[in-house]
Design a protein around this ligand. Structure first.
Ligand SMILES: [Zn+2]
Length: 151
């Protein structure tokens, strides 16, 4: 499959999700899968439309047919390793983007594409330390699956 060439990351995630759904379907003796809810962290490096396209292609390939995929977003949050303070991405997004881009409207989120660099762009809001960890909102998770049981 030649899918945009750049979608390797999305492809491996989509394949992980679809193969998990397939296992759930088999393990629970389901005739069909109607709906699957997927949660994307606001710092996850994911192109939502590419992911949805791949999910529908892979669902056919895995014999799941048409599955209604619902995407939800999870706010990223952080915890300082020095003072224990916690904060979320929405608290700091504008000031970080403003610093990085000057003009917010034309800014493509560089942190979105390089979450590993978040410690360079951001400091603890209380003590100013750059020693903090991402506690949520950095990955993609399959939250729930709905199907029709064969009994
Ligand atoms: Zn701190």
């Amino acid at each position: 499959m030649n899918f945009k060439g750049m979608a390797v990351h999305e492809y491996s995630i989509a394949e992980g999700i679809v193969s998990t759904i397939k296992k759930l379907k088999d393990a629970n003796n389901l005739i069909s899968i109607s709906e699957a809810v997927i949660q994307i962290g606001s710092l996850a490096q994911i192109d939502r439309n590419v992911l949805l396209d791949l999910l529908s292609i892979l669902s056919e390939e895995y014999g799941l047919g048409k599955v209604n995929y619902i995407i939800k977003y999870e706010e990223s949050s952080f915890e300082c390793n020095q003072c224990g303070f916690t904060w979320s991405w929405s608290h700091v997004k504008e000031s970080i983007m403003g610093e990085l881009c000057g003009e917010l409207k034309d800014c493509d989120n560089p942190v979105h594409f390089i979450p590993d660099l978040i410690n360079v762009f951001m400091k603890c809001l209380r003590c100013g330390s750059q020693d903090f960890k991402i506690v949520s909102g950095y990955d993609v998770r399959l939250i729930s699956v709905k199907g029709v049981r064969n009994d």
